[in-house]
Design a protein around this ligand. Structure first.
Ligand code: M6R
Length: 610
């Protein structure tokens, strides 16, 4: 997501910080800034847009500064739109203390209220500026102590670097849930959120763990637990290439993003699932009445986001009992749609820039619908044009094939369904059961990802197939569509997703021993028995079945040719787990075919043309 770089040494800091920021560019960002320790205090320069915009701004100002201590940040917005004011570094009131921050301060509203009542004023919409002022509030001459005391008041995640003008040769760092690593050079120190930012200068590093804090000074790095007990950690020598580091050691962004999902799902849910089973979605607070009284919900999207919408249709209708229609945004905008009163339209988009989805949102709004967004990219056009909505907080998705955005979109739609249910029917046991099950999902995702050698083997067996069929029922039907889309877009193998029962109305004619059929059968109850019958129909025609079932389900044991087992969850949540083998299968097939799945032919990450 965001990127951090800091430097304490003998060399001019500005070029080192700018180079570090450029090394972090691959992570995606919307603004950047640096703060330099000058003789007359801390000088902060920040700018919306690319690093080149920041560089342009520095020209003739502090670009030739001799400062040898400084920090830099690339921001990927979480609180507040991308603009100059919301960019990091953030200063405390008066400008004596400056902070860069990755992560989310969940209780920032309460802290802001407390600080406002104490007389602090704020210039940005960010949670980070609140933290800067909170640390200042505790500051009595010892910066490390002030940071520790402030962090005891904070709920959420952070990787932070803090400077104070009274300590011109030092900076304080702390980490919880957001990576931070200190680089040890010769008479110089770096700190960064990502090895890529410093690897040119040093490969000797000290990794910070969660709930650790430290102070970098000319004399060395001192390192503590949050209870201030000292830590002695060995220096680690790293020997990765820069390219490997940017991909987190993975060969491709797509695999990295698949493997990130336990964390991205935690991030999507963070602070939104309440202990009593309630749901808190701040971006919908202003519209709770309209949502509860909606007569119809429209979900407008393209591609993978459309498939997430199809899962949303099942879960919202099931839990909130409001009619839902999912529409391809491109079709909706051109077909003179009827929008009855009390219609709520959600535009679903990872990038927030897909032109068809944007135009569909505009169309729905112009016809009287309440236009909301479910978007990953903060401050994107769809996010700005929605009157409210929910961010995914999944971090930048770089691989063209959407993976982690899908699971976060489904999670957000599930939380919206629960919120609507609770608004209409109150909090009940069903809500509690589903939120409990949702909390278990990141661990279950980890279990699937940890050992997926069987999926690699299956990919090897079928990478030369010319066609694939994907079948699913209920919430598994959208997963079948998504599995087929993933395979075709990165491996160029023709694949179709179908509702399992529809197969016998046509596609069954295609089935023979050359046709791998992926059957998504991980739900329990009535749908399970039906999908077994559909599988028998495939096997009776010599089709080769790859079945995805739950770990304790043995009904397919003598039927399917290959069985992929996933952990058990509630039927409504199965898409969050069943889609992972689909993502991995398509990744490994494309890899075996020697294709570049991060940049498949003819495709772009954000489709901004009609
Ligand atoms: O950014 P969006 O979610 O609006 O993008 C929609 C589609 O273009 C996108 O999901 C596309 O289908 C992906 N390449 C699928 O992996």
């Amino acid at each position: 997501m965001c990127g951090i770089i800091g430097y304490v040494g003998q060399r001019p800091a500005t070029p080192l910080l700018l180079d570090g920021l450029k090394r972090l560019e691959y992570r995606g960002y919307d603004s950047s800034g640096i703060a330099l320790m000058q003789d007359d205090g801390i000088n902060v320069m920040k700018k919306k847009g690319r690093i080149s915009a920041l560089e342009g701004m520095l020209n003739g100002h502090i670009a030739d500064s001799k400062a040898t201590v400084g920090i830099g940040h690339t921001r990927w917005a979480t609180h507040g739109v991308p603009n100059d004011l919301n960019a990091h570094p953030h200063s405390s009131m008066g400008g004596d203390l400056v902070l860069i921050h990755n992560g989310i301060i969940e209780n920032f509203s309460e802290l802001k209220e407390y600080l406002s009542n104490t007389g602090y004023t704020f210039t940005s919409d960010t949670d980070t500026e609140v933290l800067a002022n909170l640390i200042l509030d505790f500051y009595e001459g010892d910066l490390l102590k002030a940071v520790v005391r402030a962090l005891h008041r904070v709920a959420g995640t952070y990787g932070i670097v803090v400077m104070h003008k009274d300590h011109p040769r030092s900076m304080v760092v702390a980490r919880k849930g957001s990576p931070l690593v200190v680089g040890v050079g010769e008479d110089e120190y770096f700190v960064a959120s990502d090895l890529a930012a410093m690897v040119e200068h040093t490969r000797d590093v000290i990794f910070l763990n969660d709930n650790e804090v430290g102070i970098i000074e000319d004399s060395g790095f001192r390192h503590f637990n949050l209870d201030e007990s000292p830590i002695q950690r060995q220096i680690t020598h790293i020997d990765f290439t820069l390219e490997q580091i940017e991909k987190g050691g993975y060969r491709h962004f797509m695999l990295k993003e698949i493997m990130e999902q336990p964390q991205t799902l935690e991030d999507t849910m963070r602070g939104r699932l309440l202990p009593d089973g309630g749901i808190k979605l701040g971006g919908l607070n202003q519209h709770l009445d309209e949502l509860a009284n909606a007569d119809r919900i429209l979900l407008l999207a393209c591609g993978t986001s459309y498939h997430a919408g199809l899962v949303g249709e099942y879960v919202i209708e099931e839990l909130a009992r409001i009619p839902v229609e999912v529409e391809y945004a491109s079709e909706f905008r051109y077909r003179n749609p009827l929008i009855p009163p009390n219609t709520v339209a959600f535009a679903i988009s990872q990038s927030g820039e897909t032109i068809d989805t944007l135009e569909a949102l505009r169309e729905a709004k112009s016809r009287g619908a309440l236009g909301l967004g479910i978007v990953n990219s903060v401050g994107s056009t769809i996010a700005r044009e929605s009157v409210g909505g929910v961010y995914l907080h999944a971090g930048p998705e770089i691989g063209v094939a959407s993976t982690k955005a899908f699971t976060s979109q489904v999670t957000v739609l599930m939380m919206i369904a629960l919120l609507l249910r609770q608004q209409r029917m109150g909090l009940d046991e069903t809500s509690q059961d589903i939120t409990d099950a949702l909390r278990r999902i990141p661990d279950q995702v980890s279990t699937i990802l940890k050992d997926h050698s069987q999926i690699v083997d299956i990919a090897k067996m079928f990478s030369r197939a010319s066609n694939f069929l994907y079948l699913g029922r209920g919430t598994q039907y959208p997963v079948a569509l998504e599995g087929a889309l993933k395979l075709k877009e990165i491996s160029y193998i023709h694949a179709e997703g179908y509702p399992a029962a529809e197969m016998k109305h046509g596609p069954i004619a295609l089935i023979d021993r050359m046709m791998p059929v992926v059957v998504l059968a991980a739900q329990s109850g009535a749908e399970s028995a039906k999908i077994i019958s559909n599988t028998q129909e495939v096997r009776a025609r010599d089709g080769v079945v790859i079945a995805v079932v739950t770990e304790d389900d043995h009904q397919m044991d003598n039927l399917a040719n290959h069985i992929i087992r996933i952990p058990k969850t509630l039927n409504l949540l199965v898409p969050l787990l069943a889609v992972l083998p689909m993502q991995l299968l398509s990744y490994y097939v494309a890899d075996l075919l020697g294709l570049d799945m991060d940049k498949p032919r003819n495709l772009a990450k954000a489709v901004t043309v009609e």
